[in-house]
Design a protein around this ligand. Structure first.
Ligand code: BES
Ligand code: MN
Ligand code: ZN
Length: 491
């Protein structure tokens, strides 16, 4: 995607689509709207007068072949009322690009008044036209897709403005990668393929990336992760990618992200019914967000050391699959009794968190499509946020408020800890029927020691059955924006 800055007048700008955002309380006052309306012979004000367009957030009004404009189409986009924020700029950009996604070129009149808003606008523009087309052939293959965007600004753009757009593009590229990974079919995106993609992307940016195969994992003692992998003929991979700032500042923070990377979750011997299995290619969404976040941190050259740990495995039933009743030692030494082989994510994460803890991060953060119970509690659009540290929980919630992604804090209820007691091992890996998202988080807590840690249960928002706000249908890339805001907050 190319984004150019220009001081061209909107009326004279050639493009397949010209987009203008307008606030609901400025429908009569906006000078650009007035200029375009004059060129259209008053058509916009007539449509506004009969309530065809009110300017509510995300509302659109498209006019084809508008006389008096050089653009082939024109779209008016509602910005709602109240103070205009970066979130609104991102939503506007995404909407404009969604409308233009099957066209070639788009020009937008920039609604941004700050460089932060300009960056958010670029994030929206470059993620809004996202489509997953890799497996389409013949007539289904898109003939055109949005490739060039011009952002129209009134004054000559500064160097900082250009840099803001480039930052936005970098973030968008990472988010789109996370979406591609979630959308990729699990026969092709198996753990070995995932690790290879991580390595290739890391090397493009000059980042260190270590991949452990099953032998190396065995040697270290990652027996919980290996237990989950046993039922699949696809080999597991454990990826450690690392970004270190070029000129590290004194006191710079170190953050380690961990991602659940189940490239497919059949449930194992406790097999899922077909209806619940169909979406389970999305069960590597945590690893996708983790990889995307580290890559974006590197592209943005954030002054924070950022590591990503991707635990990539497939959960399948087989003669050699792990069973309910089995006991395995974890990387940190505790023994775990297996109850239900479909609660595989917490096992994989237990070993990954124990590994990550050894890196002695200031903050340890995991993303995981961990429990259906979290979706029951919060709905499909909201992630569960658990933390063993108040300051970290506050910082993460603040980062989420800026990104517009929906997180809700859930408690690590100490009383439920006893439901994880096993008769024959140190722990069993599941609690009782109630509070499933919490008992899963409590199980993870056993492996982080005293490290400041947050667990993000993204089972709901990772995969969408329809397009909504800035997110497309399918893989959403949810989580990347908030993780990056969190890192920038530490900078
Ligand atoms: N990957 C699933 C959780 C999930 C469900 C993610 C729906 C995305 C959408 C996880 O491995 C799982 O199967 N969890 C079980 C746990 C149960 C067996 C304790 C669940 O939520 O039913
Ligand atoms: Mn499962
Ligand atoms: Zn799973």
């Amino acid at each position: 995607m190319k984004i150019a800055l220009s001081t061209h007048a909107p009326l004279g700008t050639e493009a397949d689509l010209l987009a203008l955002g307008v606030k609901s309380d400025r429908l009569q006052k906006d000078p650009t709207l007035k200029a375009i309306d004059d060129a259209l012979g008053g058509a916009l004000q007539r449509l506004i007068a009969d309530d065809s367009f009110k300017g509510t957030l995300g509302e659109t009004l498209t006019i084809a072949a508008p006389h008096g404009l050089k653009a082939a189409r024109f779209v008016l986009i509602g910005l709602g009322s109240g103070t205009f924020t970066s979130r609104d700029a991102r939503a506007f950009g995404a909407k404009a690009a969604q409308v233009a996604s099957r066209l070639g070129t788009l020009a937008v009149v920039s609604p941004a008044t700050t460089d932060a808003q300009l960056r958010a606008l670029a994030e929206g523009l470059a993620t809004g036209s996202y489509r997953y087309t890799q497996y389409l052939t013949g007539d289904r293959k898109p003939k055109r897709q949005l490739s060039e965007i011009t952002v129209l600004v009134s004054a000559k753009a500064s160097k900082d403005a250009r840099a803001a757009l480039d930052d936005g593009l970098a973030v968008a590229e990472s988010m789109n990668l996370a979406r591609d990974l979630v959308n990729a079919p699990p026969n092709d995106l198996h753990p070995v393929a995932f690790a290879q993609i991580a390595k290739t992307e890391a090397h493009k940016l000059g980042l260190e990336c270590t991949v452990l195969d099953e032998k190396a994992m065995e040697k270290r003692g990652m027996h919980l992760l290996l237990a989950v992998a046993r039922g699949s003929s696809a080999k597991p991979r454990f990826v450690h990618i690392k970004y270190v700032p070029k000129k590290p500042k004194k006191g710079a923070k170190k953050v380690v992200f961990v991602g659940k990377g189940l490239t497919f979750d059949s449930g194992g011997l406790c097999i899922k019914p077909g209806k619940s299995m169909i979406e389970m290619k999305c069960d590597m969404g945590g690893a996708a967000v983790t990889l995307a976040t580290v890559l974006a941190a590197a592209r943005l050259q954030l002054p924070v050391e950022v590591h990503g740990i991707l635990a990539c495995v497939e959960n399948m039933p087989d003669g050699d699959a792990y069973r309910p009743g089995d006991v395995f030692p974890s990387l940190d030494g505790k023994t775990v009794e297996i109850i239900n082989t479909d609660a595989e994510g917490r096992l994989v994460l237990a070993d990954a968190l124990a590994y990550a803890r050894e890196l002695e991060p200031d903050f340890l953060i995991d993303h995981a499509t961990l429990t259906g119970a979290c979706m029951v509690a919060l709905g499909a659009f909201t992630a569960g946020l658990f933390a063993n540290d108040e300051d970290l929980a506050k910082k993460y919630a603040a980062a989420a408020a800026e990104s517009g992604e929906s997180y809700w804090r859930l408690p690590l209820t100490d009383e439920l800890r006893e439901t994880l007691k096993s008769d024959i091992a140190d722990l069993k890996h599941m609690g009782d029927a109630h509070g499933g998202a919490i008992t899963a988080a409590l199980f993870l807590r056993e492996f982080v020691g005293k490290t400041k840690w947050a667990h993000l249960d993204i089972a709901g928002p990772t995969f969408a059955d329809r397009a909504r706000s800035i997110y497309p249908k399918g893989g959403t890339g949810f989580g990347v924006l908030t993780a990056l805001n969190f890192l920038e907050q530490l900078a």
